[in-house]
Design a protein around this ligand. Structure first.
Ligand SMILES: [Zn+2]
Length: 349
């Protein structure tokens, strides 16, 4: 399951705490990703994983004209075998000072719905580098806004499981494996992103952008207006383009042919997911390439127009949210990087 949402309409548990136009929702992403159905596609992307590794990727589309920003020194320093603790502390300090993010290892004590284990320091280090690289794409002040007035916490958890009732899924008391949970306002009033440490690097990178989009949307968008707007993008196709998807839907599950106006099947589940998947794809070079490629090759004008409207809306949102820093040139750099990666993969075939 790419993303589940606390079932506000039915459980009532979260609706009481929900602010009028804010998403006090819970985003569970990547659930059941170990489903055997996805393994073949994961194999396909193995080579991409190799190509995508390393900080070289960061330069593409870094919001600060190709700079690594606050993490510049952190990312280029080689790491000694015994330096994990020092490295972790340095990272936490940069993260808190520049982005207003508190990084914590392990699950919340006493938490029943979200459970898991402490992370081995070695694994923690690789997740830290990945967070540093992906955050470097955003102006620090844009991220700082997320936690303004409350705490923005990222928890890195091993064997991360969630349970509860979620929109679009048969409710179950069974805990399910998850890649990430985004809570714009958690029960304790904190903005929290929980990340599974033991996940493919590629999915972790995408997930960070996906979840950040939920936080930005919760911060700056009017929920109902956004839903109406994104629904209206489909006006020539369907008055109701969004409906819940079956449990077991993952970030890799393609949209059925009749829903080509969505990048993935999960994106067709709700406007907020559509929005987050568009952002996730556009922030990920090879997926950004794929997004534009779909627009360019789509035969049905109405579908093409819908995809283009979503693409342009994402650019416009990020331009506003970043106060102009994520401009057309920013997206073009990401696209060009995606083009290069695609050519590399194609020529290796
Ligand atoms: Zn989501």
């Amino acid at each position: 399951m790419d993303r589940l949402r606390a079932d506000n309409s039915q459980s009532g548990e979260f609706s009481k705490k929900r602010l009028p136009d804010r998403a006090s929702d819970i985003d569970v992403r990547g659930q059941q990703i170990q489903d055997p159905d996805v393994s073949s596609e994961k194999r396909v992307f193995t080579r991409r994983n190799i190509l995508l590794g390393g900080a070289a990727l960061v330069a593409a589309g870094a919001a600060d004209s190709g700079q690594l920003g606050p993490f510049a020194n952190f990312l280029v320093k080689p790491l000694g075998e015994l330096d994990y603790h020092a490295k972790a502390n340095e990272f936490k300090e940069i993260l808190e000072r520049n982005y207003g993010i508190k990084l914590i290892m392990g699950p919340q004590p006493g938490q029943q719905r979200f459970t898991g284990d402490m992370v081995l320091l070695e694994k923690y280090k690789s997740v830290m580098e990945l967070i540093a690289q992906e955050l470097s794409h955003y102006p620090p002040e844009m991220i700082r806004e997320i936690g303004k007035g409350r705490v923005f916490e990222i928890r890195v958890i091993d064997n991360f499981y969630v349970k509860g009732a979620f929109v679009g899924l048969q409710s179950s008391d069974k805990a399910a494996k998850a890649t990430a949970v985004a809570q714009p306002i958690a029960e304790d009033g904190i903005t929290r992103l929980s990340l599974e440490a033991n996940e493919s690097e590629l999915l972790q990178r995408r997930t960070i952008h996906h979840e950040l989009n939920h936080f930005f949307a919760a911060k700056w968008e009017n929920w109902e207006r956004r839903n109406e707007k994104w629904t209206a993008f489909h006006e020539k196709i369907s008055p109701n383009p969004y409906e819940p998807v079956p449990s077991g839907t993952t970030p890799y599950t393609p949209a059925p042919p009749g829903k080509r106006y969505s990048l993935t099947y999960y994106a067709s589940s709700a406007a907020q997911e559509d929005e987050a998947v568009c952002a996730e794809w556009m922030m990920t070079p090879w997926l950004h390439f794929e997004f534009r490629n779909r627009i360019a090759t789509e035969q049905d004008k109405n579908v093409r127009d819908t995809l283009l409207a979503k693409y342009n809306e994402t650019i416009e949102n990020y331009r506003i949210w970043s106060r102009g820093k994520m401009d057309k040139a920013f997206w073009e750099r990401i696209y060009q990087q995606g083009l290069k990666e695609n050519e590399a993969v194609t020529s290796n075939k």
